[in-house]
Design a protein around this ligand. Structure first.
Ligand SMILES: [Zn+2]
Length: 143
């Protein structure tokens, strides 16, 4: 992992990496934290280097429960941060997607939360441009 990625995680408020085990999930998400939503990065290490990485958000289920779905996956560690709202979690996931664009297991751009018109905060986002065209077509069809 590059120094820039470390700076990114620090600037964005992500946790240090934890082992992706039930024990570490219980430690990180003790008591009231078990119900909170937020963002995660799951990582596969080889020796001391990250060789695979995936970013995601949990906004329809608690972050702890979402991360538990990766317990038997190829990923071995996780980082996390809590989100104050679904909108904040979506925007964080967008920043993560663009930060690691082409270097992560994320193949498609994050979807906005259902029932919202939120757009990606990245200034040159192609997904936003496509979404705006789709929205204007929907608006025309609704007329
Ligand atoms: Zn975007």
């Amino acid at each position: 992992m590059s120094a820039n990625d470390q700076d990114y995680f620090r600037a964005e408020g992500y946790s240090v990496p934890y082992q992706l085990t039930k024990l570490d999930l219980d430690v990180a998400f003790a008591r009231d934290k078990a119900e909170m939503i937020g963002n995660y990065i799951v990582e596969l290490y080889f020796e001391r280097n990250v060789v695979r990485r995936k970013a995601g958000r949990a906004d329809e289920q608690p972050l702890k429960d979402r991360l538990a779905t990766y317990l038997d996956s190829k990923y071995t560690r996780f980082r996390y941060k809590f989100a104050a709202s679904k909108a904040a979690a979506f925007e964080q996931e967008c920043r993560d997607y663009h930060q690691f664009d082409g270097r992560s297991d994320n193949e498609i751009h994050p979807d906005r939360p259902n029932g919202t018109k939120l757009v990606c905060p990245h200034p040159d986002c192609r997904a936003t441009q496509i979404q705006e065209i789709a929205d204007s077509i929907d608006a025309l069809l609704d007329e």
